[in-house]
Design a protein around this ligand. Structure first.
Ligand code: SF4
Ligand code: SF4
Length: 215
């Protein structure tokens, strides 16, 4: 088996433009979520059954009392050994694609245990589509990547904060980029790189980007 595919998300390059969030909606033909302004650019407030990707905006003050405002383009990590598949009660409602490593939820997940899938996911990603009852999340743009295209979110990113490619190459790039970033950001590190296919490089402590950023 090949080592599959991976996506690198380098938050040091992210401007919080939310182009990736919109591109995900467009490619997957997902309707807009009606929201209200709640004092943050994080909108809608969370992932939902029709929102597979969300740019999280985290703000606060660091130990030095200086304010921070961090952006994180959150999505399914496509775990190397996905725990969520344990919530699949008929064994084929969730597919682990051998060639790419992508984890895909099918409409059969309507019969699966949503609470268990959410509980068991370290990053709290799965959501239930209220109209169909199926569980939903990012598919790694499986229909695109198996036709020689890159995921819509990666394509849309104007700053190259996201890269897609063969996992071995992405892992090398992760290592190179962390070394480079450490010169400016001593706390720079890759998150759970050995266990997930969507690898985030952060420049600050994980808890300064959101609640379930690290397993
Ligand atoms: S991040 Fe969560 S939903 Fe995605 S593959 Fe891993 S356990 Fe499953
Ligand atoms: S498209 Fe790129 S820069 Fe814009 S929010 Fe997404 S990751 Fe950040």
């Amino acid at each position: 088996m090949s080592n599959g595919k991976s996506i690198l998300v380098d938050v040091s390059r992210c401007t919080g433009c939310r182009g990736c969030q919109v591109a995900c909606k467009q490619w997957n033909n997902l309707p807009a979520t009606k929201t209200i302004q709640t004092g943050t650019y994080q909108n809608p407030p969370d992932l939902n059954g029709e929102t597979y990707k969300i740019v999280r905006f985290a703000e606060g003050r660091g130990e030095d009392q200086k304010p921070y405002w961090n952006f994180l383009s959150d999505m399914c990590r496509h775990c190397v050994n996905p725990p969520c598949i344990a919530a699949s009660n008929d064994g084929d409602s969730m597919i682990h694609d051998e060639a790419t490593g992508a984890i895909i939820y099918t409409p059969k997940t309507a019969e699966d245990d949503y609470e268990m899938a959410l509980e068991i996911c370290p990053y709290k990603i799965p959501r239930k589509n209220e109209k169909t009852g199926a569980l939903t999340k990012c598919t790694m743009c499986f229909d695109r990547i198996t036709n020689g295209l890159i995921p819509a979110c990666v394509l849309s990113c104007p700053t190259d904060a996201m890269r897609f490619g063969d996992r071995d190459e992405i892992l090398k790039e992760v290592e190179r980029r962390v070394t480079e970033l450490k010169k400016t950001y001593p706390k720079a590190k890759a998150i759970d790189a050995a266990d997930v296919r969507v690898i985030y490089i952060l420049t600050d402590d994980p808890d300064k980007y959101g609640e379930y950023v690290q397993a």
